[in-house]
Design a protein around this ligand. Structure first.
Ligand SMILES: Nc1ncnc2c1ncn2[C@@H]1O[C@H](COP(=O)(O)OP(=O)(O)O)[C@@H](O)[C@H]1O
Ligand SMILES: [Mg+2]
Length: 283
């Protein structure tokens, strides 16, 4: 096909030889099949930040480290420079997550290059060597659903053990490659330790998997792996070897009694301090 303008600089740089075709477009990006020498790869072009929803901007940029304060101030103010900085932070977040997760043994596309707002990565393929379908577009047997669900839960645990939460994991961001499911689309991945939305995002990710695979294997709909994983993670007990039951219920949750008492004490101390401040000054 004719080279799309956003890919021209990669052609000029010799990173891409030809653009074969466009893949199904997602929410935030356009993906293309490209040829690089003997290799077929995927080029992901990010859409403008202004096309993304505000909710995502708030959730995902929280606590993301920004190199300098000028950049941080500009991002907060939403100036043109700020939007560009935010855009760059967003795009490099996906590249960082891909490297981090690949190192942790999570099956994600291998990243090759990041140039001019374009991510060049491994094209995930099916048994015929064609671009792999999203798992949402595949009809599964109950057994296949159970197997893929269990595999992806282990991947979620592996990611969490590497300190990463996907943040937008669903049947639309899992490809069914020749060797099994591959997780894609990570620009919004968050640091499990440094983000106030971490728990909510993990529960949503795991809930999405349950609801999707539960369509083919309804017994999955009664599982509660998300709460179990988060509980173990929080208590420092989660490892890639952890055997999960999916049978987590509120009653079984170990109450952190010390923590509750500390909170009560803190509240009391705060209240006492407030009363003191409100007393008229002694004459
Ligand atoms: N590495 C890849 N291999 C094959 N197809 C891909 C790859 N990355 C993305 N795609 C295709 O491009 C689509 C959009 O990519 P994605 O990373 O999900 O971006 P977004 O959903 O934010 O637009 C995917 O649904 C998938 O069909
Ligand atoms: Mg996507």
């Amino acid at each position: 096909m004719k080279t799309p303008p956003r890919l021209q600089s990669l052609v000029d740089e010799g990173l891409i030889d030809t653009v074969v075709r466009q893949l199904m477009s997602g929410k935030e990006a356009l993906a293309y099949v490209v040829r690089c020498g003997d290799e077929t790869r995927c080029a992901k072009v990010y859409k403008e930040a202004t096309n993304r929803s505000f909710r995502q901007a708030v959730d995902y940029t929280e606590n993301r480290k920004v190199k300098n304060t000028r950049q941080a101030r500009a991002m907060a103010k939403g100036t043109k420079f700020g939007r560009q900085a935010q855009e760059a932070a967003w795009q490099s977040a996906e590249v960082n997550a891909l490297y981090r997760l690949a190192a942790a043994g999570v099956r994600v596309p291998t990243p090759y290059n990041f140039h001019d707002g374009v991510l060049l990565m491994e094209l995930v393929t099916d048994a015929q060597g064609d671009a792999a379908p999203r798992i949402n577009d595949v009809e599964l047997t109950a057994d296949e659903a159970r197997t893929h669900h269990a595999f992806l839960l282990r991947e979620v645990v592996r990611m969490l053990c590497a300190g990463v939460i996907h943040g937008d994991l669903s049947e639309f961001n899992v490809l069914l490659g020749a060797d099994g499911p591959v997780i894609i689309d990570l620009p919004q991945a968050v640091d499990a330790a440094g983000n106030n939305h971490a728990q909510r995002m993990l529960l949503r990710d795991v809930g999405n998997l349950r609801n999707f695979f539960g369509r083919f294997a309804p017994e999955l709909l009664r599982t509660n792996f998300g709460a179990e994983i988060w509980d173990l993670f929080q208590r420092g007990l989660l490892s890639t070897e952890t055997v999960l039951t999916g049978a987590f219920t509120r009653e079984e949750r170990a109450v952190d009694l010390g923590g509750v008492l500390r909170e009560v004490d803190d509240a009391r101390a705060e209240d006492a301090a407030r009363r003191l401040r409100m007393q008229p000054a002694p004459r």
